[in-house]
Design a protein around this ligand. Structure first.
Ligand code: COA
Length: 704
């Protein structure tokens, strides 16, 4: 054993002596999460150092990339094991010797609560601190809601605890959440601070013993209003507000008791389970069972995009945003100019909003090379075709890029409905062809469906998945089928939404029901926003697929035939005042729908919101079950991540498959069987997988 080194207290916490200072180091890769072993190790280390007369101060630091980034999220579903975090923070707070936190990376959640319990906090200049628990449907449960307001005041504490966004060290210093920014290496600065505290002999400054000044009632009312708007339907933000209010009126001991009680309730809540699932799922989705970690990847140093329309320009922006040079090819010079103009305008609006500098705009524009010539694509390692959604157009494009692309270049198509396998055969290298289905607006939406064909090479898939992450997206690997995962399920919801109109609902009722469920917008408002002609064109292109005798609603055709294409024409399912995006229910549409029902011989009835939600969601869930049984998605979490990141499914509901499990598959199935009785077998025949799981008393997650 090295001199001065004590045997490790646990495999993840070790104490090293620096003369009279005990330096306790946490080493729990990747993010030093507070697993049971870390909590136990820290508690033992602090107790040991406190009892050792030769120790006069304690520094808590972390090895690896970050200070403790929070509770171990993967432990949350399991029965909690002692010691619990409040025991650790209390031991630190009560320690008679100065305890100094040396923060680098991100001190988040329970990690920041540990730092707050310390008597002094030193941070690296690029560190961040925060209490993001609210984003996981939780609140700080180890004194964070009581110590932080005592240090920085109620208003800023509300901002940090209810908003959940981490704060950069300089800001945290200004507010008083930390005490010092390290001039050099943070552990050395923490040791210096320890020595200063020892020699000054001043009383320890414990956040728990400070008083939190009273705060005006308005700041809490305002926080509640903001939460109601920005964190709609979530319980945790409201509990966080309540706890900060308590900190302003109650002593620390009572405050922490109330905090713990509220925390334990939230931890068991379905919302927390769903948000935890969303967090872990976003990371797990990248690890696809068919792509072992050792799957090789191809290097992508330069990209190319074909098509400078809405999708192509958005995709080109994604590459440049990630620092990758991208050649944007378009055969029509005016379209190319328009596309480049759109890109510049989009970034300029970020500059105007203070989110980007002029210099950054110039740097990103430099990364985009517009060209009218396919030969310009010869240097790219990956090409994304974003041309018109028509198989003959795709054929032309892929034949051309097959001529110019180097050997080993990945050829991706952004098609949303066409058969990627068929497109692959327009080239002489189907193994290199993959779908990369971005969602509009591509530079904003996080989802990319990576669509495999039976022939796509594993290294092509692994590269596309890795590239997705590099672009800041959530890439989900799916198989080929009509609409892939997302649009195939969406088609079910869209159909039911039209049928509901025919049977008695109005667009505003359907939209309100789904908005209240948690979607940011209902399907009709979304249609108006993205333009009704897209769906209309799609309906026409697919008219030949419609089976005679199977119910079909042509309401959309009727709306479009009136010249109503959505917001861009000032009217669609709703009407819009000039310059406004607020949908206003329109009696013209009501009349159209009522007349349509009459012509179709459907007697209109009062439809409950619950029926709307169930028909829209259960039709999707039933389709999701088929998608899983067919292997188009390998796991329920792949389906859920598609819906969370591409279609605004509320994260606190976890995604359609997770939600179905929470409702209970037996209940979902029963309702689907009822719909089958009332609405027929065309669309409501239960998926065999759903029947199987329900009869086994399982869920999608527990049964697959
Ligand atoms: N508990 C358990 N595992 C965690 C974790 C936590 N609190 N935070 C991150 N991880 C894991 C991730 O699942 C990921 O695992 P993987 O490599 O097996 O996929 C790994 O740590 C790295 O996380 P990732 O998010 O990919 O890295 P990053 O560098 O982009 O971000 C953080 C790091 C810490 C900023 C980010 O992970 C984060 O915000 N974590 C949650 C923090 C939090 O909410 N804490 C409060 C919990 S109550």
């Amino acid at each position: 054993m090295i001199a001065g080194m004590h045997p490790p207290i646990s495999s993840v916490v070790a104490t090293k002596r620096e003369r009279d200072v005990a330096v306790v180091a946490v080493n729990n890769s990747p993010v030093n999460a507070l697993s049971q072993a870390v909590r136990a190790g820290l508690l033992a280390a602090v107790q040991e150092a406190a009892a050792d007369a030769s120790v006069r101060a304690i520094v808590i630091r972390c090895l690896g990339r970050t200070f403790i980034a929070g509770a171990d999220i993967s432990e949350f579903g399991q029965p909690p094991q002692a010691p619990h975090l409040p025991e650790v923070t209390e031991a630190i707070d009560n320690c008679s010797k100065p305890v100094i936190a040396a923060i680098h990376g991100t001190a988040l959640g329970g990690g920041f609560e540990i730092a707050l319990a310390c008597h002094y906090r030193v941070a690296a200049s690029d560190a961040k601190v925060g209490l993001p628990e609210v984003k996981l449907g939780l609140m700080p449960g180890s004194g964070g809601t009581q110590r932080l307001p005592r240090l920085i005041g109620a208003q800023r504490a509300l901002q940090m605890i209810v908003g959940g966004e981490p704060v950069p060290a300089p800001q945290a210093l200004e507010w008083g959440a930390i005490d010092e920014i390290a001039a050099g290496e943070v552990s050395a600065a923490a040791l210096d601070a320890a020595r200063r505290l020892i020699s000054s002999g001043t009383l320890l400054r414990r956040a728990s013993q400070l008083t939190c000044g009273s705060a005006p009632a308005e700041i809490f009312a305002e926080a509640e209003l903001t939460a109601a708007n920005k964190q709609r339907g979530l319980i945790a933000p409201l509990r966080c507000i309540e706890m900060v209010r308590i900190a302003t009126t109650t002593d620390f001991a009572e405050g922490t008791q109330k905090e713990r009680a509220a925390f334990l309730i939230l931890r068991q809540s379905p919302q927390a389970a769903a948000l935890r699932h969303a967090f872990l799922g976003e990371r797990m989705v990248a690890k696809h069972p068919s792509l072992p970690a050792e799957t090789p990847v191809r290097e992508v140093r330069a990209a190319g995009v074909i098509g400078a329309g809405t999708m192509g320009t958005g995709i080109a922006m994604c590459f440049a945003n990630a620092g990758l040079p991208v050649t944007l090819v378009e055969s029509d010079s005016q379209a190319l100019e328009r596309g480049v103009g759109t890109i510049r305008r989009n970034w300029a609006s970020s500059v105007a909003r203070g989110r980007m500098t002029e210099a950054e705009l110039a740097r990103r524009m430099d990364l985009i090379q517009p060209s009218l010539d396919y030969d310009a694509l010869s240097g790219a390692d990956l090409l994304v075709e974003a041309a018109f959604e028509d198989l003959s157009v795709k054929k032309q494009v892929f034949e051309k890029i097959d001529q110019v692309a180097r050997v080993g270049t990945i050829l991706a198509t952004n098609t949303s409905y066409l058969d990627v396998g068929e497109i692959a055969h327009f080239t002489r290298r189907p193994k290199d062809v993959v779908g990369m289905h971005f969602f509009s607006p591509a530079h904003v939406m996080k989802l990319v469906e990576v669509v495999r064909t039976p022939e796509t090479a594993p290294d092509v898939l692994a590269t596309a998945m890795q590239l997705g992450k590099r672009l800041g997206k959530v890439a989900v690997l799916v198989g080929g089928c009509d609409g892939f995962v997302g649009n195939r399920m969406l088609a079910q919801r869209t159909r039911e939404a039209y049928f509901l109109l025919e049977e008695g609902a109005l667009p505003e009722q359907v939209d309100r029901a789904l908005y209240e469920f948690g979607f940011p917008m209902g399907p009709f408002a979304v249609g108006d926003l993205s333009g009704l002609d897209i769906g209309w064109r799609n309906r026409k292109a697919r008219a030949h697929l419609r089976k005679p005798g199977v119910r079909d609603s042509n309401l959309l055709d009727k709306v479009c035939e009136m010249g109503r294409r959505g917001q861009k024409t000032g009217a669609g399912w709703y009407r819009y005042e000039a310059g406004s995006r607020t949908p206003i229910p329109d009696p013209v549409i009501e009349q159209l729908i009522v007349e349509h029902s009459r012509q179709a011989g459907i007697e209109r009835r009062v439809i409950a919101d619950q029926e709307i939600v169930e028909r829209c969601l259960y039709s999707m869930i039933n389709e999701g079950a088929k998608i899983l049984a067919e292997g188009v998605a390998a796991r329920p979490l792949d389906v859920d991540m598609v819906w969370l990141h591409g279609y605004g499914f509320p994260a606190h509901m976890g995604g359609p498959m997770f939600y179905a499990d929470q409702v209970g598959l037996d209940r979902v199935l029963k309702q689907i069987q009822l719909f089958k009785e009332c609405l027929g077998t065309d669309f409501w025949t239960p998926a065999p997988l759903l029947e199987q799981l329900a009869s086994d008393g399982k869920g999608f997650y527990s049964g697959m």
